[in-house]
Design a protein around this ligand. Structure first.
Ligand code: BMP
Length: 214
């Protein structure tokens, strides 16, 4: 079954929790990023994880011993997965994977950002980054829904490794990303909708239709 991950990019703890509580029966996972963690504190990961598994989107990109510390803090606070930047290289990937293993958690590597700037540098190496992440043992990739051709290329390069795609809706990407991905990450289109619950339900149903296609 394809996954629907909600990006909870809110800065207000109560608001984030309210939305998470309202949508936890519809989405598969929550993703939290710096806006929420820096505003509400790292314990917010733990609070949200009581509702559904949390991916800590810290986009870790540092020397291995620091990357290790960052991942450890996320896992200690009940994150089920962390996101790293693939461009930081295999030594950092392995270091973070070692910590993840101790907590029985997962590591996702960004191949190239879904924004325009993602083309300038990361896009030139994203297929290699994807291959390196697979060789290093990462559990999944974060690849852009905004560039379907690149997504297809990455899928062909990495076989059945898991891919989650951000960039749908507000960034212009379409659900057709699900032809090559195992799930989508959506933020604003849901949490800024007039009726986030109805919007999330509609999205859930659409994701489902891609899950059942041959
Ligand atoms: P939105 O659906 O509101 O555009 O949010 C997308 C989410 O996915 C944000 O949390 C962002 O940090 C994340 N993301 C992204 O947009 N592009 C990437 O390449 C990688 C991401 O993690």
């Amino acid at each position: 079954m394809k996954e629907l991950v909600l990006a909870l990019d809110l800065e207000d703890r109560r608001n984030a929790l309210k939305i998470a509580e309202n949508l936890s029966d519809i989405v598969d996972k929550f993703k939290v990023n710096y806006p929420l963690i820096l505003s509400a504190g790292v314990r917010i990961i733990s609070e949200i994880s009581e509702l559904k598994p949390v991916i800590a989107d810290l986009k870790i990109a540092d020397v291995p011993h620091i990357a290790t510390k960052i991942a450890e803090i996320a896992f200690r606070n009940d994150a089920k997965a962390v996101i790293i930047h693939g461009f930081a290289g295999s030594d950092m990937m392995r270091a973070v994977l070692n910590v993840a293993k101790r907590y029985d958690c997962e590591v996702y590597a960004v191949t190239e950002l879904s924004s325009e700037g993602g083309r300038e540098f990361m896009g030139k190496f994203s297929v290699e980054i994807a291959k390196l992440a697979k060789e290093s043992g990462c559990h999944g990739l974060i690849a852009p829904a905004t560039r379907i051709e690149k997504l297809k290329e990455i899928r062909e390069a990495i076989g059945d490794m898991k891919i989650l795609c951000p960039g749908i809706g507000a960034q212009g990407g379409s659900l057709d990303a699900l032809k090559f991905a195992d799930g989508i990450i959506v933020g604003r289109s849901v949490y800024m909708a007039d009726n986030p619950r109805e919007t999330a339900k509609e999205l859930r149903n659409l994701v489902q239709t891609y899950s059942t296609r041959p």
